[in-house]
Design a protein around this ligand. Structure first.
Ligand code: CP
Ligand code: NVA
Length: 299
């Protein structure tokens, strides 16, 4: 059966654990797998990216495959060809399709009409590939996931939602502190509060993301004002559990959602987290492509 990764809810705890085990093994020996030998993987970017593009391109190459990066303005999609027909044609050539786009509905439609795995490289509501790397980083630091507490402080956005959703699958307690105006609309089992100190109490890691996500630029001024009390700094991390680490999915705005001292200091694992994108996504691609159905049921 063709498997997709649209939100992360497609994984159960055992599969997630096995994927992270595999990610650790691939990190230890990056060139040990040829799982994508002779295969091409489409990476459609309708929005900006540094880490996601780099980590998928390099990761696919390390697995013996070929990444095919496609920007929307290069595809007939931007001239009116339907998402469904794009999915049908991509499925005839590609072993899997990654998409970064705004509307989750576009990703869902692509998955509906594709006969190869489709994976989410960020949408307005979800960023599951980021959360996979985040869980890998937590496990690397603490040697386990179940029973850990992760606090997210800031905008209730795609990254917050994916941490809540995948954290719940992994057995991580997730607490999210946001201003009432920007709280997460669906908690997925996470505790929601407006108080950063409440969220970080007893946390093993405190996580920040940008205050102005892609597509939210119109409300940038209001967001910066309301989110100012949610900055990740040493004083906030001091309120977490002893030995707690700072995480950030990047890109960062030092002095805004995270201090420069935290971003480049000894208490963060942020740059390791950025590297772990590649290892976790390689493990994901192995899983998805193994499950691949062959062409054609949808035409
Ligand atoms: N964290 C992340 O997804 O970064 P990019 O937007 O640079 O891909
Ligand atoms: N929440 C951010 C994440 C960037 C990786 C955004 O959607 O822009």
């Amino acid at each position: 059966m063709t498997r997709h990764l649209l939100t992360g809810a497609e994984l159960d705890r055992d599969e997630l654990g096995a994927l992270l085990d595999r990610a650790d093994a691939l990190k230890a020996e990056p060139l040990s797998s040829r799982a994508l030998e002779g295969r091409s993987i489409a990476l459609i970017f309708e929005m900006h990216s540094t880490r996601t593009r780099l980590s998928f391109e390099a990761g696919i190459f390390e697995l013996g495959g070929q990444p095919v990066v496609l920007r929307r303005d290069e595809l007939q999609l931007s001239r009116g060809e339907s998402v469904a027909d794009t999915a049908r044609v991509l499925s005839r050539h590609m072993a899997a399709i990654g998409v970064r786009t705004g509307p989750d509905e576009m990703l869902d439609e692509l998955a509906e009409f594709a006969s190869v795995p489709v994976f989410n490289m960020l949408t307005a509501r979800h960023h599951p590939c980021q959360a996979l790397a985040d869980l890998m980083t937590l496990r690397e630091e603490f040697g386990r996931l179940a029973g850990l507490k992760l606090a997210y402080v800031g905008d209730g956005n795609n990254v917050a939602r994916s941490l809540a959703l995948l954290g719940a699958i992994a057995g991580v307690e997730v607490a999210i502190a946001s201003p009432a105006e920007y709280t997460l609309t669906d908690a997925h089992g996470a505790t929601l509060t407006t108080q950063p100190a409440e969220a970080v109490a007893g946390a093993h890691a405190v996580y920040a993301d940008v205050w102005v996500s892609m597509g939210d630029e119109d409300s940038a001024v209001e967001r910066r004002e309301l989110l100012a009390p949610y900055r990740l700094d040493d004083a906030l991390l001091d309120r977490a559990a002893p030995g707690a680490i700072a995480l950030h999915c990047l890109p960062a705005h030092p002095g805004e959602e995270v201090t420069a001292a935290m971003l480049y200091g000894p208490r963060q694992r942020i740059w390791e987290q950025a590297e772990n994108r590649r290892h976790a996504q390689k493990a994901l691609l192995e899983l998805l492509v193994r499950s691949e159905g062959r062409h054609a049921d949808n035409v």
